[in-house]
Design a protein around this ligand. Structure first.
Ligand SMILES: CC(C)(COP(=O)(O)OP(=O)(O)OC[C@H]1O[C@@H](n2cnc3c(N)ncnc32)[C@H](O)[C@@H]1OP(=O)(O)O)[C@@H](O)C(=O)NCCC(=O)NCCS
Length: 308
């Protein structure tokens, strides 16, 4: 077996019998990096078949992200995964990177086996968990009456209180220069673990301007939410973030409520997933206080890093 870098064309031609929609997605979704590399494990020379591959996404700040690792089912448990991972780490070093990032999604309903394997692979090479989050999928049909009830009992009061204090909310579709203003403030004035710039102008994880909102006071962004779609059918509520200065003021609710209202008005999406970082207190508050009653499935994801 030998491992070499392959082109996108070789991926299309030689990996299509075992590649997955997720590997295709990871390859397309490299827009905000500095390019993508594919490493493949050939059975023998370049004319032989490919037994597995990994997708490396070159990020900013001398980090490389291992976005996907896949071995043909019939060739698993023979050490190919480990060799691809070792090759990826070597490749990252040769390219002058300082860290390799990786992410694992764990479907709690599935058997834990795949998690154990992937976790084992990464931890054996010294990767450490940097943060964890949940992906929560909700059924919109079920949530509609619960949402309107919640608004009547609690939500409307929260919004009225914020409005009385001079806060308002605007969609990305109508935000104009506020979006650049938000981009400028992200680094210093918002929690660092969330960054909306990855999703702004991203052709794969497309931001939906009519469903993403910024709350403002005196024309200054105080909180925002980012909602995206890949296929125009399923929605992902990617981020809800509040400026550090406005923590515990309740302004996180403004963009979230505007999103929910608009979502039910448009009525064109049926499923929505919420990404919730375990450190995002505002989002956790919403999940526990409101979303919990119509969760259909819940997955966890771990983010790993290896300093090289
Ligand atoms: C995860 C995956 C890439 C591993 O590839 P692989 O070639 O089978 O892995 P290896 O043979 O190198 O094994 C790596 C380790 O996992 C263990 N392992 C692999 N399959 C296992 C299984 N079915 N049960 C228990 N342990 C297993 C191996 O024993 C080895 O452990 P060791 O380091 O202690 O010897 C492969 O299972 C796969 O393609 N899975 C589906 C796609 C996927 O989940 N990709 C990750 C998304 S980012």
């Amino acid at each position: 077996m030998n491992i070499r870098e392959i082109s996108f064309l070789t991926y299309i031609l030689k990996c299509k019998t075992f590649s997955t929609p997720l590997s295709d997605y990871c390859i397309k979704n490299t827009v905000n990096g500095n390019g993508m590399s594919l490493l493949a494990a050939y059975a023998d020379d370049e004319n032989s078949s490919i037994l597995g591959f990994c997708v490396l996404n070159k990020m900013n700040f001398k980090n490389i992200s291992l976005d996907y690792l896949l071995v043909r089912e019939e060739n698993r448990r023979t050490g190919i995964g480990k060799k691809l991972l070792a090759a990826a780490i070597n490749y990252a070093k040769e390219q002058g990177n300082v860290a390799v990032l990786a992410r694992i999604i764990i479907n709690t309903k599935e058997e834990d086996l795949s998690f154990i394997i992937r976790n084992k692979l990464l931890t054996n090479y010294g990767f450490q968990i940097t943060r964890t989050s949940s992906i929560i999928r909700c059924n919109l049909e079920k949530s509609k009456p619960i949402w309107y009830n919640f608004m009547k009992e609690k939500g409307e009061k929260l919004i009225a209180r914020s409005k009385a204090k001079g806060f308002s909310v605007v969609s990305f579709a109508k935000a104009g220069g506020l979006i650049d203003n938000l981009k400028k403030k992200i680094k210093d004035e918002f929690p660092r673990e969330l960054n909306p710039t990855h999703f702004i102008d991203n052709p794969v994880d497309k931001l939906i301007p009519e469903l993403s909102f910024i709350a403002v006071k005196n024309n200054i962004p105080v909180s925002y939410c980012i909602v995206t779609t890949v296929d125009g059918k399923a929605l992902v509520f990617q981020q809800l973030s509040v400026a550090l200065k406005y923590k515990r003021t309740g302004v996180f609710f403004l963009p979230f409520a505007a999103f929910m209202e608009q979502l039910f008005l448009q009525n064109s999406y049926h499923k929505v997933s919420y990404t919730v970082l375990d450190t995002n207190k505002e989002m956790i508050k919403l999940v526990n206080g409101f979303l919990d009653s119509f969760i259909e499935s819940k997955k966890s994801q771990n983010f790993y890093m290896l300093l090289i």
